[in-house]
Design a protein around this ligand. Structure first.
Ligand code: PEP
Length: 250
């Protein structure tokens, strides 16, 4: 049975005090008997304190990025070993902002995937088409290529440490959401693409999250679709009430 997951990507928001406030609010409000796995991804500097703060809760912590090298002269970067050493076992890779603003290519993301998996981390692998791809009816090709080029080199056994996050770029931070039908259509395609290369067990077990302007108002309908196993949430993850409403919608 695949897991339901709701993950909040806090991006470059919340200083130390604000991080603590939001975590306290979440600890108070996230149901302790929640069926879904709940994950938050604060900024690097607040990861260690978030792990400590959430130690006896049902909320997990993810990093928003990792460097592909083990260590070395890479000023400003953070390694997988460093993340693991403060208790972070999950990392978001391939986010569209990393691809577009920081020029991360499929090949670079693939090497980050290898490093994270070698450290037995769980990878939340993000991918999704831009508006021009959808307008030119090329969205299935783009999504398939991102998957194959960034992820399909891994071994079948590694899939148990992979979560997919389909995030159409045109829906991220824009207020524009893919309709539940558009999300389901793409998630079904993604699951079939995984099935063709890795078989039914892997395809049925992998959680596929939807990301792109998920809000309390639209979460329930999106999550009701059979191939949507949860969400990767940006803006709405920054307010405890909104994030918890989304968790409760699953
Ligand atoms: C994201 O950045 O992963 C995201 C889904 O953002 P938002 O929910 O704000 O569209």
């Amino acid at each position: 049975m695949r897991k339901k997951i709701v993950a909040g990507n806090w991006k470059m928001h919340k200083n130390a005090e604000q991080t603590e406030d939001l975590l306290n609010d979440l600890i108070a409000k996230v149901p302790t008997d929640c069926d879904a796995q709940v994950i938050v991804a604060p900024t690097f500097v607040n990861l260690a304190s978030a792990v400590d703060h959430l130690e006896f809760t049902n909320i997990d912590v993810a990093a928003q990025n990792v460097h592909q090298a083990e260590s070395g002269a890479f000023t400003g970067e953070i390694s997988a070993d460093m993340l693991k050493s403060v208790g972070v076992n999950t990392v978001i890779l391939g986010h569209s902002e990393r691809r577009a603003i920081f020029n991360e290519t499929d090949a670079l993301i693939a090497s980050k995937v290898d490093t994270a998996l070698a450290h037995e981390m769980t990878v939340i692998f993000c991918f999704g088409e831009e508006l021009k791809d959808r307008q030119s009816n090329n969205h299935f090709n783009v999504v398939e290529n991102q998957l194959k080029d960034g992820l399909f080199h891994i071994k079948a056994a590694s899939w148990e440490n992979v979560v997919l996050a389909y995030e159409p770029v045109w829906a991220i931070g824009t207020g524009e959401t893919a309709s539940p039908e558009q999300a389901q259509e793409m998630h079904e395609f993604i699951r079939e693409t995984v099935r063709k290369s890795f078989g039914s067990d892997v395809a049925e077990d992998v959680s596929i999250l939807y990301g792109g302007s998920v809000k309390p108002e639209n979460a329930k309908e999106i999550f009701s679709k059979p191939d949507v196993d949860g969400g990767l949430i940006g803006g709405a993850a920054l307010k405890a009430d909104d994030f918890v409403a989304i968790i409760n919608a699953i």
